[in-house]
Design a protein around this ligand. Structure first.
Ligand code: SF4
Ligand code: SF4
Length: 126
């Protein structure tokens, strides 16, 4: 029988993440339809060389939109990438092939907010 989410230790829970970086991409939401569009622009605290967060322990303080995934909230975050390991686990689906955003994104520090729409990307492995 599959292990219940609540039975993962904190470290086991952390280890589920494949460090793909996809959840750190900036997203836009259509005000009317509610649809989420992913861009190729990434959070300012993402290190695209190591594909990791540079402020991991303080991430929720520094970036209010950065949500700490837990066994209690993982089923409530509808915008998580389809390939996200947590989402796959929750949906009892096999892991997606491992791909990352390394070398395929640009920091938000280099993009004007008004230009964000121009960065909407149809990620085929999201
Ligand atoms: S603060 Fe870190 S974990 Fe949160 S979105 Fe930015 S890079 Fe990703
Ligand atoms: S999308 Fe999921 S697996 Fe990828 S970095 Fe974010 S939490 Fe980890």
């Amino acid at each position: 029988m599959a292990k219940a989410l609540k039975d993962y230790t904190p470290q086991e829970w952390e280890n589920i993440c494949t460090r793909c970086g996809k959840c750190c991409l900036l997203k836009l939401q259509d005000e009317d339809s509610g649809e989420i569009y992913y861009t190729d622009v990434v959070c300012r605290y993402f290190d695209s060389q190591t594909c990791s967060c540079t402020v991991y322990d303080r991430r929720c303080q520094l970036v209010p939109e950065c949500i700490k995934l837990t066994p209690d909230n993982v089923d409530k975050i509808s915008w998580m990438p389809d390939s996200c390991a947590y989402r796959r686990l929750l949906e009892h689906r096999p892991p997606a092939p491992h791909t990352t955003i390394k070398g395929r994104c640009i920091s938000e520090t280099l993009v004007e907010e008004a230009d964000l729409e121009d960065h909407i990307v149809d990620w085929d492995d999201l």
